[in-house]
Write a protein that binds this ligand. Structure first.
Ligand SMILES: Nc1ncnc2c1ncn2[C@@H]1O[C@H](COP(=O)(O)OP(=O)(O)OP(=O)(O)O)[C@@H](O)[C@H]1O
Ligand SMILES: [Mg+2]
Length: 284
């Protein structure tokens, strides 16, 4: 059974005012246990709004959001939602509020009422997961770190509560290429861990092609295309209609095909496109 179900969700901002904006228009979405789903689409298409519905930060005006079968509108359930669904908002490091990395990352486990020993173990595990396992980091101020490290601390502070569902809003936005690589490595490690469901919004199609199992393309608050990564990124007309860029390997394959060569097999990784180019060269 899917872990997350969004049933015909409608949502408006500034409802009841002249500024009322429709943000989600009857959206349906399901995420299965252990699945990595990417949410893509032009700016304003509703990605952040969807993610904020997953932990009850926003509630739908029509339709329902079910997490493990429970409705986010249910007040009794809402209190425990934060530990079930970890939401990493865009630029999460802007919301640091503790003095040290340890305090920041231990906030969740402390609220779960764990023992000191368990809390330290959680902090250790979460920081290792994001590739920040230097012990001398614990007493450092999170603000003293580089931008990419801050982003990973923010991710660790959600991971330390061990949520079954992880919602990430553009986790690599504004991070330099080295930092981006580290974050993607952390996400790949998380994906390899059994059971965590991940839903990530992104404008970076190369990240999406590398990490996701399935892609949902949003436009104006509803889904215009949905499927496996290869199925979506090889639907050129719809990708263009949605105003999205192609991942680099898919773009190369398109160029080869336009030039009259056949790049078969829908390459999506650098290794795959290298193979396609070798094939093309050997055809000549
Ligand atoms: N706080 C808000 N108040 C009013 N309207 C909002 C608010 N937040 C978002 N909107 C509007 O809701 C719609 C969906 O916005 P949302 O932020 O979910 O899009 P997005 O896909 O995350 O965009 P981006 O790629 O720029 O992050 C847009 O029309 C946006 O202008
Ligand atoms: Mg957004």
């Amino acid at each position: 059974m899917p872990t997350v179900i969004l049933e015909e969700i409608w949502h408006y901002y500034s409802r009841g005012t002249p500024l009322k904006t429709l943000s989600l228009a009857g959206l349906n979405l399901k995420i299965s246990k252990g699945e990595f789903l990417a949410l893509v689409g032009p700016t304003g298409s509703g990605k952040s709004t969807v993610l904020q519905h997953l932990n009850g930060l926003l509630l739908p005006h029509r339709g329902r959001v079910l997490i493990n079968g429970k409705d986010t509108r249910d007040k009794r359930f809402r209190k425990s939602l934060w530990s079930l669904v970890g939401l990493v908002m865009q630029y999460p490091e802007r919301q640091f509020f503790e003095e040290t990395v340890f305090q920041e990352v231990s906030f969740g486990p402390r609220n779960l009422g764990l023992t000191d020993e368990e809390i330290e173990q959680r902090v250790n595990e979460a920081l290792s997961m994001v590739g920040l396992d230097r012990k001398n980091l614990w007493e450092v101020s999170p603000f003293a770190l580089s931008g990419g490290e801050q982003r990973r601390v923010a991710l660790a502070s959600v991971l330390s509560a061990k949520p079954g569902v992880l919602a990430l809003d553009e986790p690599t936005a504004g991070v330099d290429p080295a930092g981006r690589k580290k974050i993607n490595e952390a996400l790949a490690r998380l994906k390899a861990e059994q059971g965590v469901s991940i839903i990530m919004s992104s404008h970076n199609m190369d990240d999406v092609a590398k990490l996701a199992d399935r892609v949902v393309v949003l436009k104006e608050g509803s889904t215009i295309l949905e499927g496996g990564v290869r199925q979506v990124f090889y639907n050129y007309p719809l990708i263009e209609k949605a105003g999205l860029r192609l991942p680099f390997p898919a773009h190369m394959a398109q160029r080869l095909n336009e030039a009259g060569f056949s790049a078969g097999g829908r390459p999506l990784t650098m290794d795959e496109i290298e193979d396609s180019i070798s094939d093309v060269l050997s055809q000549r």
